[in-house]
Design a protein around this ligand. Structure first.
Ligand SMILES: NC(=O)c1ccc[n+]([C@@H]2O[C@H](COP(=O)([O-])OP(=O)(O)OC[C@H]3O[C@@H](n4cnc5c(N)ncnc54)[C@H](O)[C@@H]3O)[C@@H](O)[C@H]2O)c1
Ligand SMILES: [Zn+2]
Length: 443
């Protein structure tokens, strides 16, 4: 191996004809690993020689930074890779523009020869052909089936899940197949749960296509469906083989869905990343305008935050629960309105305002933080209060079956101290909760 300030060259010897060798699939990973140690690295070259000294250059990777910020360039760009560190179940999150045009990224994580793509009636016409092509290009041994589910949170239920099993069984898939989730959080959660339970577990890949799914739901292995009495009450922890985020898919996402996903981005800043929150305050207009570099950074930083939390507390014994800031109030809004009225991120935004209000009433945060939260949510065109028709009783009855109730005590994620700090606790004055509910409900 030789290296200069910005180039690493690897020379390998082989007794085979070098022209029969193909480009190593892990080259981007290799490049990024070296680049972490040598930020100036802009080039990796691999050449192979055989005993006759015939040289074939297998591959050269060039990049000025390993960032999706340049992803808009026409060149095939390298993905940014965020690793979810879970021992032998660790997996990469690939982030970048045009990644669905890089079949090797997906194919290296497909196990077996059969793939079932699970998607919905909105996403299928946009991206199903592209994904099938990415799975099969240069890979004729792989056959792909697909199941197209109806679109919407109200279909995130047992009946729809059965359609996935019906298709898998009709297609005679065996344990060595791979399920691919192509869509937003609803598809990711359902496909993941189907993969966790079909034949007691098959391989699974996430291709998230909404901001919500790219910054949150596709990472960390929470899968499941709703029950009429509560959201996500039936499910499993089940990690994918990889998450492939092609940021180009956001080009077709409606504005309201984009804003909904930003609620989760803002959440990471509030609970654990003050510097990220400050960056968001400065860049919220760019994010709303879909500036590719701002969006790519927000996705990357969100995935890093989520990956870190999940690595430390995969099964939510404590720390991971903090990712649910605003969700207990938010789930009450979603459930109270029959799934589908408010988007998940919209409900979470209103829920975060309520959690922040309660934190302030408890004397745990100052009023400036309350204002900053309102401000950024307003700029993101997200709601800062629950719907007018919701009542204190509706909140209380839905909150009673929340998964964070332990021994009859409702634990909440509340902000405490300076920006970027929060607690997950049942140790708070009940009066503050009642006051918050009354302040936000007309009856
Ligand atoms: N598992 C987790 O850790 C986790 C975390 C957060 C949210 N969630 C779940 O995620 C779900 C919400 O996810 P969501 O906000 O992605 O909703 P969603 O899956 O319903 O997608 C939103 C809408 O956008 C459409 N869509 C998706 N990609 C598109 C694209 N590229 N172009 C155009 N339209 C597109 C969908 O068809 C749908 O109509 C909820 O069920 C929530 O409970 C799970
Ligand atoms: Zn959420």
């Amino acid at each position: 191996m030789t290296s200069t300030a910005n180039t690493i060259s690897l020379s390998l010897s082989t007794t085979h004809n070098p022209s029969s060798l193909s480009k190593p699939k892990s080259l981007p990973d290799f490049y990024l690993r070296f680049r972490n140690q040598n930020p100036k690295l802009t080039r990796v070259g691999i050449s192979v020689t055989n005993p006759n000294n015939r040289i074939r250059t297998l591959s050269t990777i060039r990049a000025s930074t390993a960032s999706v910020m340049e992803a808009s360039s026409k060149e095939k760009s390298l993905p940014t890779i965020v690793e979810v560190d879970l021992g032998n179940r660790s997996y990469p999150i690939y982030i970048g523009s045009g990644l669905l045009d890089q079949p090797e990224l997906l194919q290296r994580h497909v196990h077996g020869k059969r793939v079932l793509v699970v998607t919905n009636s909105t996403v299928a016409p946009l991206y199903l052909d592209k994904v099938v092509d990415a799975l099969t290009r240069g890979n004729p041994n792989v056959s792909v089936d697909s199941v197209i589910l109806p679109d919407g949170e109200k279909y995130k239920n047992m009946e729809t899940l059965m359609k996935v099993f019906d298709k898998a069984i009709e297609s005679r898939l065996d344990r060595r197949c791979t399920f691919v989730a192509l869509g937003g959080g609803v598809i990711g959660d359902m496909c993941g749960f189907a993969a966790a339970s079909f034949l007691r577990g098959v391989n699974f890949i996430q291709i998230p296509t909404t901001v919500m799914a790219q910054v949150d739901s596709s990472v960390g292995g929470k899968t499941g469906i709703n029950h009429p009495l509560g959201k996500n009450l039936i499910g499993a922890f089940y990690q994918p083989q990889c998450v492939l985020i092609d940021t180009d898919t956001l080009n077709t996402l409606p504005d309201r869905e984009l804003a909904s996903g930003l609620a989760e981005v803002i959440k990471y800043g509030l609970i654990r990343d003050a510097v990220f929150f400050e960056w968001q305050e400065k860049n919220i207009a760019a994010l709303m305008a879909r500036d590719p570099s701002a969006m790519a950074y927000a996705i990357k930083r969100s995935c890093e935050n989520k990956a870190e939390v999940v690595s430390l507390d995969e099964k939510e014994s404590g720390l991971r629960a903090t990712l649910n800031l605003g969700h207990t109030f938010g789930h009450a809004i979603e459930t109270g309105f029959g799934y589908g009225g408010w988007l998940h991120g919209e409900a979470v935004a209103a829920g975060m305002v309520m959690a922040v209000d309660m934190s302030y009433r408890l004397g745990w945060i100052d009023d400036l933080l309350v204002k900053r939260v309102h401000n950024i949510l307003q700029q993101a065109k997200l709601p800062t209060a629950p719907p007018d028709t919701i009542t204190v009783e509706m909140f209380k009855s839905v909150m009673a079956v929340d998964k964070k109730v332990a021994d009859g005590l409702l634990r909440l994620i509340l902000l405490k101290g300076s920006l970027g700090n929060c607690v997950f606790t049942g140790d708070y004055d009940r009066k503050a909760l009642d006051e918050t509910l009354r302040a936000f409900c007309k009856s």
